[in-house]
Design a protein. Structure first.
Length: 135
């Protein structure tokens, strides 16, 4: 009888703990995902993007990677990888045309404007929360 009572209590405690911890775990997972995304973006902007640009852009890096893979693989698969590398490289070695470069800079300007607007909204929300807390 005592063992049965103890098992029911531990089952109840376990159920309550799961219900109470579920939102906390979900919040932690969301925060961790946001942090990982911010860090990944930061690493891309500060470390990877300059190296990719230094090598001639994304197409040049993809072509170089495929050519290296073709050398390591060998055999009939090597020919297919090499032809894919040639297609990826295309004419001009992945260089942007002036029209593409202009479109890229205008999209960057739009992105920067949206980032500034988001930052401004964050600051406004933060001030509103501070005002509400001090009342």
């Amino acid at each position: 009888m005592a063992e049965e009572q103890q098992s029911k209590e531990s089952g109840f405690v376990s159920t309550v703990a799961k219900r109470e911890l579920a939102p906390l775990v979900a919040t932690a997972a969301t925060a961790a995902t946001g942090y990982a995304l911010r860090k990944a973006t930061e690493v891309w902007e500060q470390k990877l993007r300059p190296k990719v640009q230094e090598k001639g852009g994304g197409r040049a890096v993809a072509r170089e990677t495929l050519e290296t893979a073709a050398e390591k693989v060998g055999g009939p698969a090597s020919d297919k990888i090499t032809s894919l590398a040639e297609k990826v490289g295309g004419e001009g070695g992945g260089q942007k045309s002036p029209a593409q470069a202009g479109a890229s800079s205008s999209s960057n300007a739009g992105r920067e404007q949206r980032q500034r607007q988001r930052e401004q909204r964050r600051q406004e929300r933060s001030r509103a929360i501070e005002r509400a807390g001090s009342s």
